[in-house]
Design a protein around this ligand. Structure first.
Ligand SMILES: *Cc1c(COP(=O)(O)O)cnc(C)c1O
Length: 382
C-alpha cells in the first residue's frame, strides 16, 4: 500500500487505496468500460454493478439503496445537501452550522451569506464538544437546514448527533450531517440517529478520491445540485464514475466489517502514541475531549514549537503528519477548529494531528515515538 520507509499518520486527510478495492476496480478500467446508461448488454451489466455498490454503501449506514446518491465526493455532497434545503423551501433563508465544520460546509455557508442568506455558526466548548441546547435556541421559523458534522476531522471529537437529530425532528427542520470521518471508525446508523441527509467521501475509507455519496432519507424533498442526464434517478446528472463507484462499494463493505477491529486495535495504538507523547515530551497537551472521540485521531500541541518545522523534520525521516486540515496547510493561519475551542494562536500553530488507519502498525508507532522527542528537543533549542 505504502512506499517503503513511509510512516503514514495522516489518514484523516486521505487513506491509501485498499488492495482489494484496486482489484475490484481494475475490470471497470479495462474490459467493463461501458456507459451504465447504455441500452445494450455491456451497459446494463455495468449498471448492475453500480447497484451492488449502492447496496454496499447503503448497508454501511443502514439505509435503503434508493436513498443513496453517488457524487464526486464529500464536498459536493455537503454543498448539494445545504443548497437543496434552501431551494425546496425558498422562503426559509437561514442555516445553522458550527464553527468547527470542514471548509466544504463553512466556505459554502460564507458564499450563501454573500447571496443574502443568514447563517448561525454555533460555538463549541474548550474540549471541542457541542452543547446541543445551543442548537435548540438557534433554530428559527425560517431555518431551512441544520448542518453539523458527525465527527471532527482535526480533533476526532464526536458530536451528539442523536440529540441534534431529535431537536431537528421536533422543530421540523431537516438535519444534514457531514459523516465523512466516521465510516470504519464508529458505527453509522441513519435509522437510529434519524438524520435526513448525510455526506460520505470514498477517499477517507480506503477507496479513490473523486467519489462520494449523499444519503437522502426517503420523503426528504430534494433539488439536484449537478443537473444533466437522468443518472442517479434524476438526483445527480453526469456519467457515473464507474470504477470509482465500484471501489467505493468494496471499501464500504470493508469499513463496515472492520469497525470493531479499528476501534480496538487502532484505538489501542492511538492511545499508546498519545500517552507516550504526553508523558515523555514536555509542554505537550491534548486538544479536544478524550471522549467521545474517534479511535484513530490525536491532536496534540507542543508548547510553542511551530507545526511547520515539526512537519518538515518528520517528513525528512519519512513520517507524514499534518497540522489541522490539509486544506489550510500552507497558510500560516492557525486552525479554525482549535481557534474555535478557545486555544490561542500560538498553541494552535504548535499543534499536530496524528491520524492512524487500517494499515498503521505497532512498528510505525514505535518509529514515531522513538524519533519525535529528538526532533522536538532540536526545535526547542534556543
Ligand atoms: C475530507 C473531508 C471532507 C471533504 O471530502 P472530499 O471528498 O475531499 O471533498 C468533508 N468533510 C470532512 C470532515 C472531511 O474530512
Amino acid at each position: 500500500m505504502s512506499p517503503a520507509n513511509l510512516y503514514y499518520f495522516d489518514n484523516n486527510a486521505t487513506t491509501p487505496v485498499a488492495p482489494e478495492v484496486v482489484e475490484a476496480m481494475l475490470p471497470f478500467l479495462t474490459e467493463k468500460w461501458a456507459n451504465a446508461s447504455s441500452p445494450y448488454r455491456i451497459g446494463r451489466e455495468v449498471a448492475k454493478h453500480i447497484e451492488t455498490a449502492r447496496e454496499r454503501v447503503a448497508a454501511l449506514i443502514n439505509a435503503d439503496p434508493e436513498e443513496v446518491v453517488f457524487t464526486s465526493g464529500g464536498t459536493e455532497s455537503i454543498n448539494a445537501a445545504v443548497q437543496s434545503a434552501l431551494l425546496v423551501e425558498p422562503r426559509k433563508r437561514h442555516v445553522v452550522t458550527t464553527a468547527v465544520e470542514h471548509s466544504a460546509t463553512l466556505r459554502f455557508c460564507e458564499s450563501l451569506e454573500k447571496r443574502g442568506y443568514e447563517v448561525t455558526v454555533l460555538p463549541v466548548g474548550t474540549d471541542g464538544l457541542l452543547d446541543a441546547s445551543l442548537l435548540e435556541q438557534a433554530i428559527r421559523p425560517d431555518t431551512a437546514i441544520v448542518s453539523i458534522m458527525w465527527a471532527n476531522n482535526e480533533t476526532g471529537v464526536v458530536f451528539p448527533v442523536k440529540e441534534i437529530a431529535d431537536i431537528c425532528r421536533q422543530k421540523a427542520v431537516p438535519f444534514h450531517t457531514d459523516a465523512v470521518q466516521t465510516p470504519g471508525k464508529i458505527a453509522l446508523d441513519v435509522q437510529t440517529v434519524g438524520v435526513d441527509l448525510l455526506s460520505l467521501s470514498a477517499h477517507k475509507l480506503y477507496a479513490p478520491k473523486g467519489v462520494g455519496a449523499l444519503y437522502i432519507r426517503r420523503g426528504t424533498k430534494y433539488w439536484p445540485y449537478v443537473i444533466g442526464g437522468q443518472q442517479e434517478d434524476g438526483r445527480r446528472g453526469g456519467t457515473e464514475s464507474v470504477a470509482n463507484i465500484i471501489g467505493f462499494g468494496v471499501a464500504a463493505s470493508l469499513a463496515h466489517s472492520k469497525v470493531d477491529d479499528v476501534t480496538r486495535r487502532v484505538g489501542a495504538m492511538r492511545d499508546r502514541l498519545e500517552n507516550t507523547i504526553l508523558n515523555t515530551i514536555p509542554n505537550t497537551r491534548r486538544n479536544g475531549a478524550e471522549a467521545p472521540r474517534l479511535p484513530n485521531t490525536s491532536n496534540i500541541s507542543f508548547g510553542s514549537i511551530e507545526a511547520e518545522g515539526m512537519i518538515v523534520m518528520l517528513d525528512n525521516i519519512g513520517v507524514c503528519v499534518s497540522s489541522g486540515s490539509a486544506c489550510t496547510t500552507g497558510s500560516l493561519a492557525p486552525s479554525h477548529v482549535l481557534t474555535a475551542m478557545g486555544i490561542n494562536a500560538d498553541r494552535a500553530r504548535a499543534s499536530l494531528r496524528f491520524s492512524l488507519g487500517l494499515y498503521t502498525t505497532e512498528a510505525d508507532v514505535d518509529y514515531l515515538v522513538a524519533n519525535l522527542p529528538g526532533i522536538i528537543s532540536r526545535l526547542s533549542a534556543p
